[in-house]
Design a protein around this ligand. Structure first.
Ligand SMILES: Cc1cc2nc3c(=O)[nH]c(=O)nc-3n(C[C@H](O)[C@H](O)[C@H](O)COP(=O)(O)OP(=O)(O)OC[C@H]3O[C@@H](n4cnc5c(N)ncnc54)[C@H](O)[C@@H]3O)c2cc1C
Length: 384
């Protein structure tokens, strides 16, 4: 394992950094105030043009095929400027990877170029339901076979990008008697009849990324919409969420670093007691601890990305990365506000937004508690 980036990965990183600072940073505060949607969608299209919507998707399907480490560093750079854009991109990449992993040739040929090329602004992942959050196997959305078609009924909640996604992967029960083996996965186009999108959640952070419920009422899709094999949907969700966690670990890291970088500058500017506040050891140690934790988060995230890229088992590493990075990034945002004092608490500066934006990273794509369940289960399985 190499601890430095390859030339190609470094290029992706610098491209993402430049784009984030020139295009995303200025819009992040507007998005937080429910403005700037047009620029947000324009930026998603530009990111697709840069090849960022299919970073780990083969070039034959319109992806850029630069791998998981490159995906991770790209998401970190984008989230330094705008977590809402970064999460949209992360989820869209995850959906593209699902289609690449188990889609039929026709599904891959039809949908991957549209996601990777930006014909679709985003792609959506419809797993969570009101009665099935941490326990997705408890879902009640159904898909019933009728002739050559499937009929979907039920509701999903908290779907990232639901308002502007062009395609959704949707999990539904196809055999109520088969428990987890009775869950299947479908590809449903946004324009399909029988779909309605609920109003956006009024969230604490990541306001620019819409999060809505989606309702399926006699939503008819053809037999070819089945993604992967019937009854394999749960396994697919578990596997793909592990990959998604690398995205969220990377995202959290970017926000944490941005907050601490901001605070570090301030330490060299603000004076109290006749000197720079950076002279106070209490604050110096805060800087040392937070950057050490963020560097550890980065290494865990890189390890998980590297393992996935090499085709190794990476689920435990991905959960460790997501758990640690999201929690330490929250600490970093909290410390950054503390370093700025009252100024950090105001909406005139970006830190309070970052603290709100990063909060959800310990919740979505599996809460911290669920990551601990996965990690301990994997570790104990090794000895039992
Ligand atoms: C902004 C946002 C975007 C999202 N985007 C998507 C998306 O695009 N697609 C999608 O499908 N979902 C999405 N989600 C849903 C998200 O993945 C769930 O919210 C998350 O998995 C937790 O489920 P829940 O909210 O139902 O919490 P619950 O499962 O009800 O959990 C409540 C509490 O119980 C704890 N808990 C549950 N089970 C255990 C256990 N076994 N051991 C210990 N503690 C436990 C949890 O950690 C939590 O603290 C999104 C959520 C948010 C907030």
């Amino acid at each position: 394992m190499h601890l430095s980036l390859t030339e190609e990965q470094a290029l992706i990183q610098s491209t993402a950094r430049r784009f984030a600072q020139s295009e995303l940073a200025a819009n992040a505060n507007l998005l937080d105030r429910h403005e700037g949607r047009e620029a947000f969608l324009r930026n998603l299209k530009s990111l697709a043009n840069l090849g960022f919507m299919g970073l780990n998707v083969k070039t034959e399907y319109g992806g850029s095929e630069v791998g998981v480490v490159a995906f991770s560093v790209a998401v970190t750079e984008l989230s330094r400027a705008c977590a809402s854009t970064a999460v949209t991109l992360s989820v869209s990449n995850m959906v593209a990877e699902i289609i690449q992993a188990v889609g039929s040739d026709s599904q891959k040929d039809t949908y991957l170029p549209k996601i990777c090329g930006g014909d679709y602004a985003a792609a959506g992942f419809c797993l969570t339901e009101s009665g099935a959050g941490s326990d997705p196997a408890a879902m009640s959305t159904t898909a019933v076979r009728e002739g050559e078609d499937w009929i979907l009924n039920g509701s999903k909640i908290f779907v990232t990008s639901a308002e502007y996604a062009g395609i959704f992967v949707v999990w539904a029960v196809t055999d109520a008697n088969a428990a987890k083996q009775g869950i299947s996965c479908f590809l449903v186009e946004a324009g399909n009849s029988g779909i309605s999108i609920g109003k956006p959640e009024n969230k604490m952070g990541q306001v620019g990324s819409s999060t809505n419920s989606i309702h399926f009422e006699n939503c008819r899709v053809s037999a070819t919409a089945l993604l992967g094999r019937e009854g394999q949907g749960f396994k697919l969700a578990v596997g793909e969420l592990a990959g998604g966690r690398i995205g969220i670990a990377s995202l959290a890291l970017g926000v944490g670093l941005a907050a601490m970088d901001y605070a570090r500058e301030y330490l060299g500017e603000r004076e109290q007691f006749g000197q720079k506040i950076g002279n106070f050891q209490g604050l110096q140690w805060m800087v040392a601890d937070r950057y050490t934790e963020l560097e550890a988060a980065r290494l865990l995230t890189m390890k998980a990305a590297f393992e996935k890229e090499q085709g190794l088992a990476f689920s435990t590493a991905a959960s460790m990365a997501k758990l640690f990075s999201s929690e330490k990034a929250n600490d970093a945002c909290y410390s950054a506000i503390q370093i700025l004092g009252g100024a950090g608490y105001t909406k005139d500066l970006p830190l309070e937004r970052m603290a709100r934006d990063v909060r959800v990273t310990t919740i979505y794509e599996g809460t911290s508690e669920i990551q601990r369940v996965i990690i301990s289960r994997d570790l104990l399985r090794e000895v039992n």
